[in-house]
Design a binder for this molecule. Structure first.
Ligand SMILES: Cc1ncc(COP(=O)(O)O)c(C=O)c1O
Length: 426
């Protein structure tokens, strides 16, 4: 029986406690129908979770239920279906508030994903606060979606993008980062976890460094939200961005957390329906936050699916998930380190989720293609993080990334698959 179904039937304290006690990966796997797929005649081994995660039955069912029973546009309708859809949509916002420990649901903005969230901050907060000669500070391990929006802004404003470097393990050089914080720095935008290396950045410390100089911080949490407990009040970040599809929710929906006072003073990102309180040809009064940033009909089913994904994660407990995934990452690291000719890229002391590697004399795409024949899905390429590839002097890596349903047996298969690649190509 699936974990979520059992919790729905016995929503009492003891059921929750039972579930938290032991992380039963086989029981968890039964919640994900796609894990029964066969690939080239083999059982699917899905190790591409940093790109997107698979969806549990509870998420698929929540979306299907919405379209079968509640589908209507939200916020403006007096009829029952519209009220039901609005309730489901706003309940999901409340679930996200709890997930991030934000102070208020008005600090939770739904847009399509981390990419749009960072663009939103660059084009609203950034555009109104950054002038010629100012600086934006990022790091050399950022995903392109936390580089290009700032480059566009800097180009438009005549501002400068500054980049904090990393050491050979792929850890941020904090003293260098601190040296780059100046009176001209107007925002720091930094990944909580690197998608290419798996490095966990000490964002609490960085936020404190920036705040002591009055500089706000946006955290790109796309790779952290699936693996770590996030508490935006404890972090004291000004913005936190993540995507639903990387936390077992649907594609096309994501969350921008912003401190209420910042969201309130920011201009809207896009104009249209729902983001207004009143419109005349002379003047438009904008809606209150977060609706000011949700122009047009939103991805209602996506938000509902995301709410179900968060309920699913809560039913397992993020601490239990993190413990399971830590074990997987340590095991995978040990297994791959044993294979001659394999070099891990990104060996930070604090890592989660992903293991990047290269094999001497073999292109990562060839490794990925042979692993695919074994039913093993990994990602190969620059992982939308070309500057960090350049830092390590390589064009690409193979990246195996882990989710809550992966097992040590799957990692053994990965190691065996890599040995097979060596037999064929080396
Ligand atoms: C660290 C990081 N930031 C941002 C993104 C962009 O997320 P999305 O494509 O869901 O907008 C990703 C996606 O891989 C990522 O790994």
């Amino acid at each position: 029986m699936s974990a979520n179904v059992q919790l729905q039937r016995r929503p009492d304290e003891s059921a929750l406690w039972d579930h938290h006690k032991a992380f039963d990966v086989e029981r968890v796997r039964a919640d994900f129908p796609i894990l029964n797929e066969r690939v080239h005649g083999r059982a699917l081994i899905y190790l591409d979770n940093a790109a997107t995660t698979q969806k549990p039955e509870a998420v698929i069912e929540a979306i299907s239920h919405y379209y079968r029973h509640d589908n209507a546009n939200i916020h403006r309708g007096v009829h029952l279906l519209s009220q039901r859809a609005t309730d489901a949509y706003e309940s999901a916002r409340a679930a996200v508030r709890r997930f991030l420990n934000a102070q208020s649901s008005s600090e939770i903005v739904f847009v399509s994903g981390a990419t749009v969230e960072i663009n939103l901050v660059a084009q609203t907060y950034g555009r109104t606060h950054i002038v010629s000669g100012d600086q934006v500070l990022i790091t050399s391990m950022e995903h392109h979606s936390n580089i290009v929006p700032w480059q566009i802004l800097c180009e438009e404003k005549g501002a400068k993008l500054r980049v904090a470097p990393v050491n050979d393990r792929g850890e941020l050089l904090l003293e260098k980062l601190e040296e780059l914080l100046s009176s001209r720095t107007k925002i720091v935008s930094i990944a909580h976890v690197s998608n290419a290396l798996g490095t966990v950045n000490p964002i609490r410390q960085i936020i404190r460094m920036a705040h002591s100089r009055g500089i706000p911080v946006i955290v790109d949490g796309a790779q952290a939200a699936p693996h770590l407990q996030i508490d935006v009040q404890d972090l004291d970040c000004d913005f936190y961005a993540f995507s639903g599809h990387k936390i077992y929710g649907p594609t096309g929906i994501g969350v921008l957390y912003g401190k209420a006072e910042l969201l309130e003073e920011m201009p809207p990102y896009q104009g249209g329906g729902d983001m207004i309180s009143s419109v005349t040809f002379e003047k438009t009064i904008y809606n209150k936050v977060p609706h000011k940033f949700e122009a047009g009909t939103p991805d209602i089913s996506g938000v509902i699916g995301l709410g179900a994904a968060i309920a699913y994660i809560d039913s397992l407990g993020i601490a239990s998930i993190a413990e399971h995934e830590d074990e997987l990452l340590s095991y995978a690291t040990a297994q791959l380190e044993k294979i001659p000719g394999i070099r891990l890229v990104g060996t930070a002391r604090e890592k989660v989720g992903a293991l990047s590697f290269v094999m001497e004399g073999v292109h990562p795409h060839d490794i990925g293609t042979i692993l695919d024949q074994e039913g093993i899905a990994v990602r190969t390429g620059h992982h939308c993080a070309q500057p960090i590839m350049d830092r390590f002097g390589i064009p690409a890596t193979v990246r195996a990334s882990f989710g809550l349903y992966n097992t040590k047996a799957e990692i053994d298969s990965l190691a065996a698959g890599i040995e097979k690649v060596k037999e064929i190509l080396v």
